[in-house]
Design a protein around this ligand. Structure first.
Ligand code: GTP
Length: 364
C-alpha cells in the first residue's frame, strides 16, 4: 500500500544506498509540486465559490501556476536526472506567482507570506547559494517595489517583513550548511566503516567473509549464464621462516607486496581475498582451467620475481598455487575452494613454488 502510493507520487525510481540526500530532495520536490498545485487550486475554488475573491488577472496567473506545477510533477516523476531544471523552473514560476499576487490582489494584506514559505524550499532543493540569491532578490525587490504597489505596506510593516526575511534566510543558511556537512561526514564515515568491515587491514584486499560473499554472487551469475569459473588458492612458501629470519614486520611487508601483485595481475571482474595468514584466494569468473592455469603460472612468476625490500634486504618469496575449475554441475564456493586447497597441498608436496590443478595434470 505504502509502496504503491510511493510509486504513484515518485514513479519508478531507485537511488543508491549512499545517496539518501538526493533521494530526499527528489521526493521533496515531487511533494512540493503537488502541494503547490493543490493549494492554488483550493484558492481558485474559494474564489469561484465567492469565499475568497481573487482578481481576474491573478486568477489567470494562478491557473497557469497550477497547470505548470502538475505538469512539472509529471515531467519529474521517475526521472531524477531532471531534478535541477524542474526545481529551477518551479522556483521561477513561484516568484512570478507571488509578484502577481502583490500587484493584482492588493486587498489581501497577507499575500507577502508566500515569500516566507518559499525560502526554506529553495535552501532545501537548490542549496546554499541559490537560497542566498533568492533571499537577497526577495528583500531588495520588496524594498524597491513597495511604494509602487496599489496599496503599499507601511514603513513599519515593510521593516518587519524585510527583517524577518533576512532572519529566515540567515537561519536556513546556517542550518543548511550544518546539516549538509553533517550528512556528508556521516556518509563518508559509513563508507569507511563498510570498507573496514569488508577489507583486510594489512593488505586492503577483501577479507574472507566479504570475499566468499562476492564469490557466491558470481557463482549464481555463472550458473545462470552457464559459464565456467575457477579458483586459485595461493599459499606463500615457508612463510614462517620469513617471519623467523627477517622479523614479523618484514613478513607484513611481504604480505602487502604479494597482495598488490595479485590485485594488479587480475581483471577488474575477478575477486581477490586474503582468507588466512599467508593464504590468498582468487576467483576467476568466465575462466576455464586453461585460462586459470596460464594466469596462475603468471602469478607464480610475478611473486617469485617480486623480492620485496625490508630495510636493506630483498626477501626471496615464492608461492604454491592450487587450481580448481567448476565442472558442469553447480559447485558451491565451499566445494571449489576445498578442491583448490587440495590442489595447493599437492603443489606443496611436489616441492613448492609451483602450480597444481585439482585432480588433473597440467593442461600444457
Ligand atoms: N608477518 C605476518 N605473519 C603472519 C600473519 N598471519 C600469519 N602469519 C604467519 O604465517 C606463518 C604461516 O606458517 P605455516 O602455516 O607454518 O606455513 P609456511 O611456513 O608458509 O609453510 P608452508 O605453507 O608449508 O610452505 C605463521 O608463522 C604465522 O604466524 C601476518 O599477518 N603477518
Amino acid at each position: 500500500m505504502v509502496l504503491s502510493l510511493q510509486k504513484i507520487l515518485f514513479g519508478p525510481v531507485h537511488f543508491p544506498d549512499n545517496d539518501e540526500y538526493r533521494a530526499f530532495q527528489f521526493r521533496f520536490l515531487c511533494i512540493v509540486l503537488i502541494a503547490g498545485g493543490l493549494v492554488t487550486l483550493l484558492l481558485l475554488g474559494g474564489s469561484v465559490g465567492g469565499v475568497n475573491p481573487i482578481s481576474r488577472q491573478h486568477s489567470v496567473s494562478m491557473t497557469a501556476f497550477t497547470t505548470v506545477s502538475f505538469g512539472l510533477w509529471l515531467v519529474l516523476r521517475g526521472q531524477p536526472q531532471r531534478f535541477y531544471p524542474v526545481a529551477w523552473t518551479y522556483e521561477l514560476i513561484c516568484l512570478a506567482e507571488y509578484i502577481s499576487a502583490l500587484i493584482f490582489v492588493s486587498e489581501d494584506e497577507m499575500r507577502v507570506i508566500w515569500f516566507f514559505t518559499n525560502i526554506p524550499g529553495v535552501y532545501i532543493l537548490l542549496g546554499q547559494r541559490a537560497g542566498m540569491v533568492i533571499t537577497a532578490l526577495t528583500v531588495t525587490g520588496l524594498a524597491l517595489a513597495n511604494r509602487h504597489f496599489p496599496r503599499p505596506y507601511s514603513v513599519n510593516g515593510l521593516a518587519t517583513v524585510l527583517s524577518a526575511l533576512v532572519y529566515l534566510g540567515a537561519f536556513f543558511h546556517v542550518y543548511g550548511a550544518r546539516s549538509v556537512s553533517y550528512f556528508v561526514r556521516m556518509r563518508e564515515s559509513n563508507q569507511r566503516l563498510r570498507h573496514i568491515a569488508s577489507h583486510d587491514a594489512l593488505t586492503d584486499l577483501l577479507n574472507a567473509g566479504a570475499y566468499y560473499a562476492s564469490c557466491d554472487q558470481m557463482i549464481h551469475l555463472a550458473a545462470r549464464q552457464g559459464k565456467p569459473y575457477s579458483v586459485l588458492f595461493v599459499d606463500l612458501d615457508h612463510f614462517k621462516k620469513i617471519n623467523d629470519t627477517y622479523g614479523h614486520e618484514a613478513g607484513d611487508t611481504v604480505l602487502r607486496s604479494v597482495a598488490s601483485v595479485l590485485a594488479a595481475s587480475v581483471r577488474q571482474s575477478d575477486a581477490v581475498g586474503r582468507i588466512g595468514g599467508e593464504e590468498f584466494s582468487v576467483f576467476l569468473p568466465d575462466t576455464d582451467r586453461h585460462g586459470a592455469f596460464r594466469l596462475a603460472e603468471q602469478l607464480r612468476q610475478n611473486i617469485e620475481q617480486l623480492r620485496p625490500k625490508s630495510g636493506e634486504i630483498f626477501i626471496p618469496v615464492t608461492a604454491s598455487i592450487g587450481i580448481a575449475t567448476s565442472d558442469h554441475s553447480d559447485m558451491s564456493m565451499a566445494v571449489i575452494q576445498r578442491k583448490a586447497d587440495q590442489a595447493m597441498y599437492v603443489a606443496k608436496q611436489q616441492g613448492r613454488n609451483r602450480v597444481s590443478l585439482f585432480d588433473q595434470p597440467a593442461p600444457f
